[in-house]
Design a protein around this ligand. Structure first.
Ligand SMILES: CC(C)(COP(=O)(O)OP(=O)(O)OC[C@H]1O[C@@H](n2cnc3c(N)ncnc32)[C@H](O)[C@@H]1OP(=O)(O)O)[C@@H](O)C(=O)NCCC(=O)NCCS
Length: 159
């Protein structure tokens, strides 16, 4: 029997529709269904599913994260919590779990880009130890804005 959720699991094809909706609600330049399917097919998309599972509205998706492990770096491409469920520490829980998974799979660091005005996201990242290492001018469109590139170095086990 599954523990009472929400629980993190790999996204499924049937999740695409609600994911496309949540992308549109969360980002001014949302990923397309095709982008999301590509991530899903490669096992790079995890969903945070509520306790009633896929029977619930929007297949019970409270949030999701798209990530990729490249040469020891965990690239965090996308992270969102359903608008009505923000501020309940779900984003923190989701991100902490992805970071833990990444480090278990051999990542030495985690990287992401974020709009400089995205204060809720920045607060979350800084509170987990991410540091801003670079500014990318006019990286985003709709509206045009700089990105901050953030990095978190994972502690290395002593020999
Ligand atoms: C960023 C996002 C994922 C955070 O998820 P969340 O579930 O609302 O965040 P949490 O409740 O887990 O809060 C975690 C921390 O983030 C910060 N935070 C969250 N909402 C905040 C807000 N409105 N204002 C300031 N800080 C905020 C706080 O530091 C909070 O710390 P706490 O746990 O001590 O309270 C969510 O706001 C979201 O989906 N935003 C739209 C998509 C997006 O911008 N994604 C990031 C792209 S880089």
């Amino acid at each position: 029997m599954k523990a009472a959720g929400p629980f993190l699991e790999e996204g499924e094809e049937a999740d695409l529709e609600p994911l496309v909706e949540m992308e549109r609600e969360s980002f001014s330049h949302p990923w397309t269904r095709r982008n999301l399917k590509h991530a899903l097919d490669r096992g790079h998309l995890l969903v945070l599913r509520g306790p009633n599972g896929a029977q619930a509205a929007r297949r019970g998706i409270f949030g999701y994260c798209v990530f990729e492990l490249v040469a020891g770096e965990l690239h965090l491409h996308n992270l969102a919590i359903e608008p009505g469920r923000r501020g309940q520490r779900l984003g923190r829980r989701l991100l902490e779990t992805i970071l833990w998974l990444g480090s278990r799979r051999g990542a030495r660091s985690a990287l992401l880009e974020v709009r400089e005005s995205n204060w809720p996201a920045l607060q979350l990242y800084y509170s987990l130890g991410f540091q801003s290492v670079r500014r990318r001018r006019n990286y985003y469109s709709h509206p045009t804005e700089d990105a901050l590139e953030l990095i978190l170095e994972f502690p290395q086990a002593a020999c």
